[in-house]
Design a protein around this ligand. Structure first.
Ligand code: HEM
Length: 414
């Protein structure tokens, strides 16, 4: 009893995890400019798509001065610097496609990139935390947080589809904010035995996960599959488990041995990792290893939150012990919605990767029109793999099926 009371008093909260009340994991008000000393970086970062298009990016980066990272102080300065150096790195590596990659990132880019990455606890490659969470501004600062009023700070080749891809993902993050806010309520309710509070919080989480699925549907409106597959995808790809960069990448001036990093993927979003830990979704050795590795690509405070949720008393056992109809329903509903989100995501992956990959295989060498040509020129090394390097469909279906195992037994939800 005394232990339960003290558990009740030491309330779990999101305060120490860099989670915003309004925006969740999204970085509030990302900076748009660095101190003037860093103008040589921003001059290039803001022009990556056009410099890639004219094949000048590598040349421009090779001539860039070596700048010290010591004048970057605030968290938001470091995040913008990481974002800018990341898009330069992706453009530099993939400017000539998969057949003419580089083995080394020049020291004037690699050294400050490494230093900024170390200070943020992020890897030196473009992550979800850069491209989505810290890459937005409102056109009208007083206007709504929606597609019409949002724009990217920096971009990659692929035009409007790049904006669509990052912004829709940002809206999925936004839709999840009520779910995130309710996680402490669930944890504290379990600790204190408050069945009603847990049930209410789970109902809100279900709704929020449904809203995430609805936001994900916008992908179809804003992202063109042939552009995603044929142009954009390579710029999100990493140098780990990637056959066209089998040895990884040397960060000149940092270490002589090449290093391997996975490409950007929303598998690096902390959201589903939090929900899985809360609901007790368990992953098997192989999919679990990939997802666990993706946690190293998140801001450390967000990774810590996932870890701390995993250490809480089991929600599933609590629901089983309480035998409350409302609570049981609310829990099952959450798992149902998470499953539906993962199933919908698999449809998206099929439309944006599996179908174009099959077409690319068919069309290679006989392409006539320009859209088909774009698809058939897409990198072959990525046909079966996600940008994070996973074998896509097997992985995603395994993860989805493991979500089903979180259902409580003896229900009609299965
Ligand atoms: C065109 C849109 C998208 C495509 C083509 C896509 C593709 C993929 C692929 C290929 C993977 C496998 C892991 C990898 O190798 O990277 C993956 C994983 C994942 N994606 Fe997406 N994705 C898209 C949008 C999103 C969005 C908007 C979210 C929401 C935040 C999301 C959340 C996830 C999650 C959480 C995983 C890890 C697997 C899981 O937990 O179920 N994806 N995605």
């Amino acid at each position: 009893m005394a232990a339960a009371e003290s558990d009740c008093k030491a309330l779990f909260s999101l305060d120490s995890y860099h989670v915003s009340e309004e925006l969740g994991f999204i970085l509030p008000d990302p900076l748009e400019e660095l101190p003037p000393y860093y103008q040589p970086w921003m001059d290039i970062a803001l022009r990556v798509p056009e410099l890639v298009h004219s094949h000048e990016l590598r040349f421009r980066i090779n001539k860039m001065p070596l700048l010290s990272s010591q004048f970057l102080q605030k968290h938001r300065e470091l995040r913008l610097a990481h974002l800018a150096l990341s898009v330069m790195t992706m453009g530099y590596t993939w400017q000539e496609g998969e057949n003419n990659t580089v083995e080394m990132l020049p020291h004037n880019l690699a050294v400050p990139y490494w230093e900024v990455s170390q200070r943020l606890g992020l890897p030196p490659i473009l992550t979800h935390a850069d491209a989505v969470l810290a890459n937005w501004r409102k056109k009208d600062p007083e206007g709504p947080f929606d597609m019409e009023n949002l724009e990217l700070l920096v971009s990659l080749p692929g035009g409007d589809s790049v904006r669509g891809f990052f912004m829709v993902t940002l809206l999925v993050e936004l839709a999840a904010v009520p779910a995130l806010r309710n996680i402490p309520t669930v944890i504290n309710g379990v600790r204190c035995g408050d069945t009603e509070a847990v049930a209410r919080a789970l109902e809100e989480i279900s709704q929020s996960v449904q809203d995430m699925t609805d936001a994900l549907k916008l992908m179809h409106v804003y992202v063109e599959p042939s552009v995603f597959y044929g142009i954009m995808r390579i710029y999100l790809s990493g140098w780990k488990d990637n056959t066209c960069m089998p040895r990884g990448l040397v960060y000149e001036g940092v270490q002589t041995e090449p290093m391997e990093y996975s490409g950007g993927s929303a598998a690096q979003s902390s959201l589903l990792h939090c929900f899985d830990e809360l609901l007790g979704v368990k992953h098997n050795a192989s999919s679990g290893a990939f997802l666990t590795r993706m946690r190293n690509y998140m801001p450390p405070a967000h990774k810590q939150l996932i870890q701390d949720i995993s250490l809480q008393p089991s929600l599933k056992s609590f629901v089983q012990q309480q035998s409350s109809e409302r609570l049981t329903q609310a829990f099952q509903h959450c798992v149902t919605k998470l499953l539906a989100l993962r199933s919908y995501h698999i449809n998206i992956v099929s439309r944006y990767i599996t179908v174009p990959a099959a077409r690319a295989r068919q069309l290679r060498d006989h392409s006539q029109d320009s859209e088909e040509e774009m698809i058939s020129r897409a990198p072959t090394a990525l046909e079966e793999r996600g940008t994070g390097g996973s074998g896509i469909m097997t992985f995603l279906k395994t993860v989805r099926d493991q979500t089903k195992d979180a259902f409580l037994p003896d229900t009609s939800n299965k």
